[in-house]
Structure formats: structure tokens, C-alpha cells
Design a protein around this ligand. Structure first.
Ligand SMILES: [Zn+2]
Length: 489
């Protein structure tokens, strides 16, 4: 994610969450919301099973004020004996649940759907869950889940909003394959992560099926429905590049879309092969205040590309930020939300490196500025790998400067310490070793120490967990000021 901070967010964020209480009202006392104990989002995710795949069908009537009809099928494996199976879900009405082909009882408790199967589920055995439900794009303002665009819907689920859209094990530690089936009025176009499997026209509607070729975190799901054009081009070594844009803006956006293949080639030159089956931009008519690295199909606000005041290098740096996330955050996803600095620090790093190489804006200058602000960022947001929790009603407030430039600064310090050659080897090995998986801060420290040939745990302890910013290797004159106003990025 990259916050653009152009849109006032606070009012909308405070208005979110009202429907949770409604869902919880009918819950029997025995239905308890569970989580896997994420320090920042304790109720996200659920214990006792591992999801292999989701198959999610949405029927959209063409009206953003009405809930979509939906069926979510979850193919999982139980890891414990389960008398109840908790799923994360809010913002929809559940009409039925089946577990392994038999009807199951269900209740809602806070943001969990608590399912009681007819018989307990045993560890090691398959767990098939079918939930018939609605998916309501209305109550969520900007927190967000379904994002209401001018001509339809898109998704923005980071960090904890996928379960506003579909029942899930909504934590990036449980990645799974996804199939999306979307039925919409025939004048609209639906697109989702991954590659198209089938398109069927039937009277006034069209149905599309898309499937991911790689596992994906729930927070990175994307389904776009709108008056869109789907444009195809080729990336490096034949990689399919598919862009989804408002049909009326195709011509105006074309020069920007044409930049993507070169950006992919540049990233591949830095860290190795692009990790997925395709890539492209989803350009939506919505004012979100952020751009988002939804897997294989990054979400951008249309205004990023049409505002004359944005310099070309700036727009390209935003594109590269979301592209870099496909490696850092998507293919290698955080095991916990406290590992967020690995996503945003790296995306910011390549954003800054691209700008240095293409627009002659020195990395050193940007990092010196970040160093000056760093103590203030740490005071406001916590240290990079132990960020403060979200503010009440502002869940995405974990996206603070300390995880952006404040964490790119940690990577800069590391490069200063171990040298450019070792740093570049580490980056390549990181994305290849943990490809299609999840990884922790401790994994990064271990790999960095291996590549450098010495124990870097003391270095990282100070840089990732310290209240104060350690001295910058090679720049003993750099100073950090404790009281800095929080910047926009
Ligand atoms: Zn980001």
C-alpha cells in the first residue's frame, strides 16, 4: 500500500464498523470469536485448520447499494480436532453453511462466523465448507473491503478487510489458491486476480471465471466490476501484461500503461524473475487516498495518472512501488502484521532506487532526510518491526512513515554495513527462498547473516526494535531530531 494522503480519511474511517454490533447481537454465548494472536490484529485468522483454496462466486446486480449474492467454498485441512470452526466474516448475511456435505449450525460473534459441524472435524482430514451469504458493499466507507467506484466495485482488503467481503481465514499467514466466479450485467466487465478461465454469456448477464496460479493472502484478493476496458501487452520474456482501465480513458492512460514492461524488466534486473503468471494495473475511478498491490493486478486511483501537477517521475515511482510489492509482500508475504516493514520498506526502497536511476534523485539525500525524521517516526509509530497498534476505528493507521521511508532507511543502513554486492545477493536470495510463502523478520535476519558471513542479530536488534535510530554506518555526521511532524508518506 502507498498512502497518498490527498483525501481526508478520518471521518469515513470512524463511520466504519457499525454493522459489527448488529451481527453480534444474535450470537449465542458459546460462539466466541477466535484469532491466531497477531499482535496488531488479535482476532484475525483462526486456529485449527489450513485453507488450501477458496472458490468464491459473486452475483452483482449493477447497483452498489444492494448486497451481492455470494457462495464461498473453502477447501481446507484440519490441523486440530474441531468441534467448532471459526471463520472471519462481517458485512453480509449468512443463509446456510455446510461442512463436508452436511448442514451445519452457525452463529456470528463480533467479526467471526462460528460454525458448528454436525460432527467434529478430525485433524489431518479434509474440511470442505460451503457458505451461502450476501456480501454488502454498503456499510463499509473507507476501511474498506469492497471499494465503491464510479462505475462499479473493486477490492481493497489490506490489512484486515477481506472478511468484510467473504468468509475466510483472514490472515496473510494462511495463503491459498483462489477461484473467482463473477456474474454481472452484460454491459459491465469483471476481472480478478490471475488468469481468465471461462466467460459465459446468458441473456442479460455475463459470467467470468478467474483463477490464481500461485497461493495468495486474503488481503491481496482483487475483483473489479465496472465499465472497463481490458488491455493486453507483453512484458519481459512474453509475460502477459493485462491492464483494466475505465473504457472511456483508454487513450489518455495508454502512455502510462506502456511504462509497465520496462519497469518489470528493471525490477527483474534487481531481484530476479517476476514471481507470478501475469501483471497489470487496475485503474479505478475512486478516491481512496492509497494505491494497493493486489496480487497480479495492482489497484490505482485514476487521478494519479490524470493530475497535471504530478511529475512523471513521481507517477512512475508509485507504479514501481506497487510492482515491487509483487515480490515483497505478495509472493513473500508477512507471517504477522508486525513484519509489515518487510513489505513497505522494500517497496519504498525500489521506489527510491528507481527514482535515483531514472530521475537522478539521489538515494543518499532521501535517506539522509529519512534519518533526520527517523527518531520522530519511531516515537509516533513505534520501531519498524514492532509498530504500534492501529488507532481505534482507523485500522489502516499501521501504515505510518516508520514502515515506509523509516524502514527503507534500515535497508540503507544494512547496505552501508554489508556492502552493495552482499546486499543485492541477499535481496535475490530472499525472494527466491521464500517465494509463494510467508516469512518473518527473524527469517530476514538469519538470511542476511548467512549472506554477510557474520552474525547481524545485534545490528538488526538496534535498527528494527530500538526506540532511537542507531548511528548510520559511513555517515557518523547524520543526526535524527526527536520531534518531527509526521510526513505524508
Ligand atoms: Zn506499499
Amino acid at each position: 500500500m502507498l498512502l497518498s494522503s490527498r483525501t481526508p480519511r478520518t471521518a469515513a474511517l470512524l463511520a466504519a464498523g457499525a454493522s459489527v454490533a448488529l451481527l453480534a447481537a444474535g450470537a449465542p454465548q458459546s460462539a466466541t470469536p477466535l484469532g491466531i494472536g497477531d499482535r496488531l490484529f488479535p482476532h484475525l485468522g483462526n486456529p485449527g485448520y489450513d485453507v488450501r483454496s477458496y472458490d468464491i462466486a459473486f452475483t452483482y446486480g449493477g447497483d452498489n447499494s444492494k448486497p451481492l449474492a455470494a457462495v464461498t467454498k473453502i477447501d481446507a485441512q484440519a490441523t486440530d480436532r474441531l468441534e467448532r470452526v471459526n471463520l472471519d466474516f462481517s458485512h453480509g448475511t449468512v443463509s446456510s453453511v455446510e461442512v463436508n456435505g452436511e448442514p451445519a449450525r452457525f452463529a456470528t460473534s463480533q467479526e467471526d462466523l462460528v460454525v458448528t459441524p454436525a460432527r467434529p472435524v478430525l485433524p489431518g482430514l479434509p474440511l470442505h465448507i460451503t457458505v451461502r451469504h450476501t456480501s454488502n458493499p454498503m456499510p463499509g466507507k473507507q476501511d474498506v473491503g469492497w471499494l465503491r467506484t464510479k462505475d462499479g466495485l473493486a477490492m481493497a482488503n489490506q490489512a484486515d478487510a477481506a472478511h468484510r467481503v467473504f468468509p475466510s481465514n483472514d490472515h496473510p499467514s494462511d495463503k491459498a489458491y483462489f477461484t473467482f466466479r463473477v456474474t454481472a450485467p452484460k454491459n459491465l466487465q469483471a476481472v480478478a486476480n490471475g488468469l481468465p478461465v471461462a466467460t459465459t454469456r446468458s441473456g442479460p448477464t455475463t459470467s467470468w471465471v478467474y483463477r490464481t496460479a500461485h497461493p495468495m493472502a486474503t488481503e491481496l484478493a482483487q475483483v473489479s466490476i465496472g465499465r472497463s476496458a481490458v488491455l493486453h501487452q507483453k512484458g519481459p520474456h512474453g509475460l502477459p501484461v493485462r491492464d483494466v482501465v475505465p473504457a472511456k480513458d483508454t487513450k489518455a492512460l495508454q502512455p502510462w500503461l506502456a511504462r509497465t514492461p520496462g519497469q518489470i524488466a528493471w525490477m527483474e534486473g534487481k531481484v530476479g524473475p517476476y514471481p507470478f503468471e501475469n501483471y497489470g494495473l487496475l485503474i479505478a475511478e475512486a478516491n481512496t487516498g492509497f494505491e494497493l498491490e493486489t496480487q497480479t493486478l495492482s489497484l490505482f486511483e485514476r487521478d494519479v495518472f490524470t493530475r497535471p501537477e504530478y511529475p512523471k517521475w513521481y507517477v512512475e515511482s508509485i507504479m514501481v512501488h506497487e510492482l515491487a510489492h509483487q515480490w515483497f509482500g505478495d509472493s513473500v508475504s508477512p507471517r504477522t502484521w508486525s513484519d509489515l516493514w518487510l513489505n513497505e520498506g522494500h517497496a519504498t526502497w525500489y521506489e527510491a532506487l528507481y527514482t535515483e536511476e531514472k530521475a537522478h534523485a539521489p538515494m543518499e539525500k532521501r535517506m539522509r532526510n529519512a534519518y533526520t525524521a527517523s527518531d520522530g517516526w519511531r516515537a509516533a509509530g513505534g520501531p519498524p518491526a514492532a509498530p504500534k497498534g492501529p488507532k481505534d476505528g482507523e485500522k489502516i493507521s499501521i501504515f505510518r512513515p516508520v514502515v515506509y521511508d523509516g524502514s527503507a532507511l534500515v535497508l540503507y543502513a544494512l547496505r552501508q554495513d554489508i556492502g552493495k554486492e552482499a546486499f543485492e545477493r541477499l535481496e535475490r536470495r530472499w525472494v527466491s527462498t521464500h517465494r509463494d510463502s510467508t516469512a518473518t523478520t527473524a527469517d530476514f535476519v538469519t538470511l542476511a547473516s548467512q549472506v554477510a558471513g557474520r552474525d547481524l542479530s545485534g545490528f538488526f536488534q538496534a535498527w528494527l526494535y530500538g526506540e532511537k535510530t542507531p548511528p548510520m554506518p559511513g555517515h557518523p555526521d547524520w543526526k535524527s531530531k526527536p520531534e518531527q511532524k509526521q510526513g505524508a508518506r
